[in-house]
Design a protein around this ligand. Sequence first.
Ligand code: C5P
Length: 300
Amino acid sequence: MSASVTVRVPAKVNVQLAVGAARPDGFHDLANVFLAVGLYDEVTVTAADELRVTCDGPDAGQVPLDRTNLAARAAEALAVRYGRTPDVHIHIAKDIPVAGGMAGGSADGAGALLACDALWGTGASRDELLDICAELGSDVPFSLVGGAALGTGRGEKLTTLEVGGTFHWVFAMADRGLSTPAVFREFDRLGAGMDIPEPLASQALLDALAEGDPDALAAAVSNDLQPAALSLFPELADTLAAGRAAGALTALVSGSGPTTAFLARDPESAAKVAEALSVSGTCRTVRTASGPAPGATVLG
Ligand code: C5P
């Protein structure tokens, strides 16, 4: 058994996020089409006397280092199942924006789970790991799997999707975060008294992914949480407009936001959109990334 294992885990963008009415348990049924993109956190676990989390990277100061961190909870959940103590130091090299709607916390949960599984030699099956991921959070199973997938239920029941090409994205990070529960609450408030349809995946969107066609994908993307995110963070409309004006094929809020996502036709166009957003004064930082990207991967 090696003394240390590092796992690389991707961020995600939701190319479709259809949201149903609030369920009795407070969650919402979703048709959630995830695409993993090449922005990564790296999670390293090392045998230690007791569970401890550290983090570095531009947003590290906003990451909780206590037992509420999904990486710590993942180590504890696996340890409980295998009757051992979660005696590891978890270090997160964070490159995914924090509280940004790109599943950064979920990525760390999936990464720590896979890393502890390898470090401890538990030999858990893929299904067992996916069950633990689903207990940790709605987006965590997708962080393990990567690629592209349709998530139903609260987003945790995954069906892998075929993707026929590479999609080029630009992401604009905002100068503050948005809380996912707060955005869902705002969705409920905005929809109060309205008839909210059952969430269904768009066939046009699934076809666009399968064909690798950026124009068709741009025409089909949708995010039912976007009005709620804009209601809580109205300045995001300026960021979306700046990216559209710079030639993005489409612009949308990523998941519950506030990161905004811009689809470009090719890497050159993505670079132009990124440059225009950087000087627009409407966001904190800008990154380009393409997808699909692989799920959680042991680096060694
Ligand atoms: O599953 P996760 O812990 O990531 O969810 C965070 C919060 O987002 C939940 O507590 C809930 O408020 C909201 N949520 C929801 N419906 C979902 C997923 C998340 O209402 N399908």
